[in-house]
Design a protein around this ligand. Sequence first.
Ligand code: 48H
Length: 257
Amino acid sequence: MKLDDIKISRAIIERFSSKLLDSLSCDVAIVGGGPAGLTAAYYLAGQKKKTVLFERKLSLGGGMWGGGIMFNEIVVQSGGREILEELGVKTTPFEEGYFCADSVEAVSSICSVASKAGARIFNLFSVEDVRIADGRVDGLVINWSAVDLAQLHVDPITIRAKYIVDATGHAAEIANIIQNKGGYELKTPTGKLMGEGPMCAEVGERMILENTKEIFPGVFAAGMACNAIFGAPRMGPIFGGMLMSGKKVAQLLLEKL
Ligand code: 48H
């Protein structure tokens, strides 16, 4: 068989277009493909919820590839270990209550299981706005990251979702858009985005689970974004909270859907 270059091009265009068309309306749209967003995607898609995830960068995994200071090993506590094992990631006990995993194995495995569970993952897409109607977010406004990077004046498109997850990490980008662009109040004690506090692993990890909740009608936070929104400490290179937050947000949404 002779390879036809045009057929290769057509395959890519037709298959990609059909994936994107099928994603214009979904149950949950997750913004950010770090450990929290990917874990949430895995648990939601595993329960047959139509789940779409948008990641700005070429590669998924957010801040997990680099472990701590680029030493590619992650640390989790027992709750995080259970999730890693469930997702097929090998863990090694360190000292009592501390477990380690290879960050490359962890990221690649979580991506793989989320995708195989049926989550539709789009890399190279930036979420630049939300759609708000009747005081509730019901969609995302997306554009190619290349447009954003090149600062081209190209209009975005909109997708509809029953629920949105802000899993954008330290930047809490969706909460920022709702507050700064819409001028809306968030469901925080001050009504504002409270900003992340200085490092404390113990408090940061505990608070991240408490702070995994609805932050605005239709929008839930997961992962580091939770503490950035609710003014809680960062926790440094321990990743159990990110995984547990991703699982918790999925459970909260499964109760609603
Ligand atoms: C599309 C976007 C957009 C957008 C951002 O930073 P992440 O890894 O986030 P989490 O919460 O899954 O994990 C946090 C962890 O990596 C971390 O930073 C920790 C534990 N820090 C502790 C400390 O003390 O420093 O992933 C977020 C992802 C990234 O890949 C972004 O590119 C992506 O979201 N993203 N994608 N549209 N508007 N904003």
